[in-house]
Structure formats: C-alpha cells, structure tokens
Design a binder for this molecule. Structure first.
Ligand code: 6PG
Length: 226
C-alpha cells in the first residue's frame, strides 16, 4: 500500500511547476500528461534546466503530432519549444494507431527502463468521469495487469479518437505520482474518488504507486465537496 496525500493549494500550477523543475534539474525520467489543466504548469516549468531529463507521456490521442488534439503538440507548445536546452523526448506515436503505437511505446520503455519503469515523476490529470491517462471507467484497459502500454480503441470522452495509454502497472511503477485536478467541474468526482469511501469504479482511485507516493494537488474549487 502506498502513501497518498491530498494537498489543497492556492496555485496548483506553481506547485506542479516546482516539482517538474526539481525533477528536470535532477535529470529525471519525467512522465507528462495531456488535457488542458497542466498547460500553465508546463509554461512555468519551461525556465528549468531540462537538458539532462527524459520526457515521456502518460497517454496520447491517435492523431499526428501536429494535430490540435495531440498531447505531444500541447507539451511542445507549452514547454518543449520554450526550454533553452531540450530534454530527450520519447513520444507516443499516435499516428501509428492504438495497437501499433502501444506496442512501439511498450518496447521503448522495456528497452530503456525495463519492465518496472521507476519514473522519477509521473504527472496525471483526472477527467470529470474519473479517468486518468486514457484509462476510462468500465473499459478493459483499466484491468490490464501485464502490459505497460495499452491501445484504447474506443475513448470514453471527447476527443473521440482512439488512444494509447500507460496502464496502471506502468503508472504504479513511478517513484512519485502527482495528480493535478482543478476547477468546480471536477468537485463531485474528486469527492467520489478521494472522499471517505472512494469509488473503485473510478480509475483515479485505482492509482497506487508500488515504490512511492501519490500526491493529489487540488485547488479550492476542486476540493470544495471533500
Ligand atoms: C488526455 C489526458 C487526460 C487528461 C484528463 C483531464 O489525453 O485527455 O491525458 O487524462 O489529463 O482528461 O483533462 P483536462 O485537464 O483537460 O480536464
């Protein structure tokens, strides 16, 4: 059982930017996520020294990297295009489609970090349905116990394109998992996931790092119903 901590802060983006900065400067294996919430944190972390770090992805939409829905594209615009010295970037190749893209990423992870990849920092967001990465409630990929990366043929939410996603075994291998959640629109799901009786149907409640800790960073609005 891992430690977990709920942290309600005034400025979640700065808090996450500080964690990214520290991990990047230490030459960390850093896993970034998509969605709109982490953009400000990425922009703030662009001033860090990323030159010795390696950037990985929690999930990707099956679109080319220059498509407006690409998670890589968002990270490129908010962070990678702004840093003074680029990190090594191991991108999920959405353009290969879910199965080939997942297979290629699984091979990269195993070749570089082995079958129990101890990411130094793994950042996630949470959708209003409680999904993390592209692990959607009720979908078979949430139950994966062997593979590190899954192809997700049917997404549970917009944009309705297939996805590539780290699985729970890959996420739970991290030394530190940070879940960043903001906004009143997530308050009900935050209460269901992290209140007194966590709902196991929500993928967010299933994250249990094997070798480290989970920190949930919330703003007041997202934490309002806890
Ligand atoms: C994705 C993400 C996903 C995201 C949540 C939260 O590809 O969509 O990686 O897991 O983190 O959906 O997204 P928002 O920050 O946009 O609410």
């Amino acid at each position: 059982m891992s430690d977990s901590e709920l942290r309600v802060v005034e400025d979640p983006a700065s808090e996450v930017a500080a964690l990214l900065t520290e991990s990047a400067a230490g030459g960390g294996q850093v896993v970034l996520t998509g969605g709109s919430t982490p953009k400000r944190a990425y922009e703030q972390a662009a001033g860090a020294d990323w030159s010795a770090a390696t950037v990985w992805f929690s999930d990707e939409r099956c679109v080319p990297p220059d498509h407006r829905d690409s998670n890589f594209g968002m990270v490129e615009a908010a962070l990678l295009s702004r840093v003074s010295a680029a990190p090594e970037v191991v991108r999920m190749q959405g353009e290969l489609g879910p199965d080939a893209g997942a297979g290629a990423y699984e091979a990269e992870i195993r070749a570089r970090l082995g079958g129990d990849p101890r990411w130094d920092l793994l950042l996630l967001g949470m959708g209003p349905d409680g999904h993390v990465a592209s692990l959607f409630p009720g979908k078979p990929e949430v139950e994966e116990t062997g593979r590190l990366v899954a192809g997700v043929p049917v997404a549970g939410m917009e944009p309705q394109v297939p996805r590539i996603s780290l699985t729970l075994p890959a996420i739970d291998a991290a030394r530190s998992v940070v879940l960043l959640i903001t906004g009143a629109g997530k308050a009900d799901t935050v209460a269901r996931a992290f209140g007194p009786s966590p709902d196991p149907a929500l993928p967010a409640t299933r994250v249990r790092p094997r070798h480290g800790s989970l920190v949930v960073i919330l703003d007041e609005a997202a934490a309002a119903k806890l």
